[in-house]
Design a protein around this ligand. Structure first.
Ligand code: PPS
Length: 286
């Protein structure tokens, strides 16, 4: 039995872990941040491939040179704009700035649409997101957790889950699907063919890399490479924040793990809610 303290903060209509996020940091992200034309945003619902994109973007912008990903923490290379450390990290970064966010579209930087900045949104099967978040909530001491997965599903489906429900997050961001400054990726597709996704991302960003550089990006952003990279695997974070006795950040890195966790009744309930919430949306998960 883990002792978990509820340390959340409500900002507008969403819930975020307190401490890492403050009213000031959320205000900065939404209202004060000034986007630049060459900013690149890595946008995700939690547990959908955030860290993976942080690594890929870092490697693309170093032309495949692995030194930055081997020497600088992922959260410093591609910081979260909504976190309390975000402002100083981002303001002190030379352009082009690589920036991460879990924000829903209505709390995204208001200055973004006035620029040519680009954004990549990565989507993952929500049932696998739920499984991944369940295990993460055991490790991350700032997260509300549940002992039993069956109980966590109810939390995941409620508005009390961090950054709001998956359905609204994804639906909100998908309204940008025809915007040329947006690229939509799927975690499952990246698992199937990382190289072609790296090429797609590079082209979208106008960063034409040669074959050797592309191969290097792929080599250093595989699950194994990242799990073994202390700059990206959160192994240095103290146990008071990430309790490593409960597991590792890089857990399985697969698709379909929900099949090992959902009961048939839960699966049915989830599918019903999915169909209802996503009825006008045409996406599928392999
Ligand atoms: S967070 O906390 O929101 O930043 O988490 P996030 O990085 O979005 O998601 C963590 C899950 O992504 C998996 N992961 C990867 N999968 C495949 N390849 C690579 N390179 C990779 N890097 C991270 C990680 O293992 C988490 O998924 P689960 O299912 O828990 O293993």
């Amino acid at each position: 039995m883990i002792e978990c303290e509820r340390t959340y903060m409500d900002y507008e209509d969403i819930r975020v872990p307190r401490g890492v996020h403050t009213v000031e940091s959320m205000n900065y992200a939404w209202k004060e941040f000034e986007a630049r034309d060459d900013d690149v945003f890595n946008i995700t619902y939690p547990k959908s491939g955030t860290t993976w994109l942080q690594e890929i973007l870092s490697l693309i912008y170093s032309n495949g040179d692995p030194i930055p990903v081997k020497t600088t923490f992922s959260w410093d290379r591609v910081p979260w704009i909504e976190q309390h450390a975000g402002r100083s990290l981002i303001e002190n970064k030379p352009s082009p700035r690589l920036i991460t966010t879990h924000l829903p579209i209505h709390l995204f930087p208001q200055s973004f649409p006035k620029t040519k900045a680009k954004a990549i949104y990565t989507i993952r099967n929500p049932k696998d997101v739920c499984v991944s978040l369940y295990y993460f909530s055991k490790i991350a001491q700032f997260m509300e957790c549940r002992d039993e997965f069956q109980d966590f599903v109810s939390l995941f489906l409620s508005k009390d889950i961090i950054f709001g429900r998956w359905f609204e997050h994804v639906k909100g961001w998908l309204t940008m699907k025809d915007n040329p400054n947006f690229l939509f990726l799927s975690y499952e597709d990246m698992l199937k063919d990382l190289k072609s996704n790296v090429i797609k991302i590079s082209k979208f960003l106008g960063k034409e890399l040669d074959d050797a550089a592309i191969d290097s990006v792929v080599e250093h952003s595989t699950f194994k490479a990242m799990k073994d990279n202390p700059m990206s695997n959160y192994s240095v974070v103290p146990n008071e924040i990430f309790n490593k006795e409960e597991g590792t950040f890089h857990r399985k890195g697969i698709s379909g793990d929900h099949k090992n966790h959902f009961t048939p009744a839960q699966e049915e309930e989830f599918e019903k809610i999915y169909k209802d919430c996503m009825k006008d949306i045409n996406i599928s998960f392999s």
